[in-house]
Design a protein around this ligand. Structure first.
Ligand SMILES: [Zn+2]
Length: 329
């Protein structure tokens, strides 16, 4: 018997059939736009190392959210940059803090899903993600402040809090605090597998949160964020498993493009919604390449597709608005 000849190029013959057979599509409803709101600004300011991204005032943030709403982007991840800080990051849980005010103001007029970053690095004078003593980042002491910060975000109206400090048991601690105060409906999107990455460079500018080694004896975040030399089967999966056992609703891998293997492994192992954070370095790298005609701008869709193909259900990306606005997806 002679089998008909298989010709895979039939699937690629024209754009219509290519569209029909494609099974990984980026929709605007997959995207979350990160936004930065900064205290003490008179007007919004472009972040020097992140072209097209801004430090917002409360007023300009409102316009940003209205635009996201118009474009149909379903969620924002809010970061706050306060005017003051201290050694223990205690301003992270002020009722009148910049994030708390921003969340209240968004929730006043918009139904956009509000995720808030819960960390101390923007609030500590030394820029570390928790309390540091004698060159060591104190895990359990930091949980207390993170719990208070998460609670203050929930009270302001956040839909999901997103702990990003990489402290052990931060998810359980925060879940308990939220439940004790009647916030059972507030979810947790955990930065579960967050790597100590060089791709965060531009974000440090955005969040003004470079760790100060001189005053703390702790030069970088290597003692709490994960080592990029570790593959998917070990620690990254342990981190995700532990966060799920502790009550995380959505787990996240960060960064995205250099960690597609981790996203893929996790998506096969855990049947829960998975987020990938395509970070500032990925953004700026692609942006520069497109602007300098090194890549066609189709590289943006291709990159997002690769993250989704790896297994992410939602992508936090600085390109969210641009992709939708300019019809790139
Ligand atoms: Zn942090």
């Amino acid at each position: 018997m002679r089998y008909p000849e298989k010709r895979l190029r039939r699937y690629r013959k024209d754009e219509k059939i290519r569209e029909l057979v494609s099974n990984v599509k980026i929709n605007k409803t997959d995207l979350i736009q990160p936004v930065f709101v900064k205290e003490g600004l008179d007007e919004k300011e472009e972040i020097p190392s992140m072209e097209g991204q801004y430090h917002h005032t409360l007023e300009s943030l409102e316009e940003e959210i209205e635009e996201c709403d118009r474009l149909g982007i379903p969620g924002v991840l809010v970061f706050g940059i306060p005017e003051k800080n201290d050694e223990k990051g205690s301003l992270a849980h002020e009722e009148e803090g910049i994030v708390q005010r921003a969340v209240r103001s968004i929730k006043d007029f918009s139904e956009i899903e509000v995720f808030t970053d819960v960390c101390l690095c923007h609030y500590t004078s030394h820029g570390h993600c928790g309390i540091v003593k004698e060159g060591e980042l104190l895990n359990d002491e930091s949980l207390e402040v993170l719990g208070k910060a998460a609670l203050s975000h929930a009270e302001a109206g956040a839909d999901f809090v997103a702990p990003s400090a990489m402290m052990d048991h931060q998810v359980k601690y925060i879940r308990d605090v939220l439940d004790e105060h009647g916030h059972e409906d507030v979810g947790i999107m955990s930065y579960s597998a967050k790597f100590a990455s060089n791709y965060y460079g531009p974000f440090r500018d955005a969040a003004e949160s470079s760790p100060d080694g001189a005053s703390t004896g702790l030069r970088n975040r290597d003692t709490y964020q994960m080592d990029y030399r570790i593959g998917g089967e070990g620690q990254p999966m342990e981190e995700i498993k532990m966060d799920l056992q502790e009550g995380a609703d959505i787990v996240m891998v960060k960064p995205a493009l250099p960690y597609l293997d981790i996203i893929n492994e996790a998506s096969h192992r855990f049947d829960v919604p998975m987020a990938a954070y395509s970070v500032s370095g990925e953004y700026q790298m692609l942006k520069n390449s497109v602007e300098n005609d090194i890549f066609s701008e189709k590289v943006l869709e291709e990159s997002l597709c690769s993250i989704k193909r790896a297994g992410a259900d939602m992508i936090i990306t600085y390109f969210a608005k641009e992709m939708v606005k300019d019809g790139k997806i």
